[in-house]
Design a binder for this molecule. Structure first.
Ligand SMILES: C[S@@+](CC[C@H](N)C(=O)[O-])C[C@H]1O[C@@H](n2cnc3c(N)ncnc32)[C@H](O)[C@@H]1O
Length: 163
């Protein structure tokens, strides 16, 4: 996905900075290894690594990522989660469900976007977030729902796995 397409389809460019800042404010130095699921060209990972010294890698089947980033060029599945300290899905499209399912085993930050949660129904972003909340409640995942200071879609669910 080119830069223009990312901006056009999926919100404003400030989302990478806002989410990177949020992750650092929230987790600080308590984490090191981050999986940037559906990270596209890797704008978020680049900020996490350069600004905050994390080791964030992109997991996305798309071939192109920014130079200098670790990249697993494959579809993400929740069985990959345990290698990382934090799973992040910023506008993760088809990876929304595997990102959310990872909340059973690792902390997750997810900022949903389009409806890749349930194709049988029309769901806007708040309704997708409602469904994710429902999933978390059913599975004993503790979470917070926040609105990030960036353009819509900007609902963020940050969670901790069940004890
Ligand atoms: C909206 S785009 C990129 C989003 C990027 N995080 C951003 O905010 O610009 C969604 C990405 O999801 C990737 N994707 C789709 N299914 C995936 C999966 N199961 N695992 C990892 N990436 C996936 C696509 O290749 C695409 O790059």
């Amino acid at each position: 996905m080119g830069r223009a397409a990312q901006v056009k389809c999926h919100g404003d460019q400030s989302r990478f900075r806002v989410v990177a800042d949020f992750i650092y404010d929230r987790f600080g130095n308590s984490i090191k290894y981050i999986a940037d699921i559906a990270g596209g060209q890797g704008m978020l990972s680049r900020l996490l690594n350069k600004k905050y010294n994390y080791e964030s890698e992109v997991i996305d089947p798309r071939h192109y990522v920014l130079l200098g980033l670790e990249h697993r060029e494959e579809l993400y599945t929740p069985d990959m989660a345990s290698y990382y300290d934090l799973i992040v899905g910023l506008h993760p499209d088809e990876a929304t469900r595997p990102v959310v399912e990872s909340a059973l085993i690792r902390p997750v930050v997810v900022v949903p976007c389009c409806n890749f949660w349930d194709k049988s129904r029309k769901l806007n972003t708040p309704a997708i977030a409602d469904e994710i909340e429902k999933y978390y409640k059913e599975h004993g995942v503790s979470y917070e729902r926040l609105t990030l200071d960036m353009g819509y879609p900007n609902i963020c669910l940050v969670s901790e796995p069940p004890r």
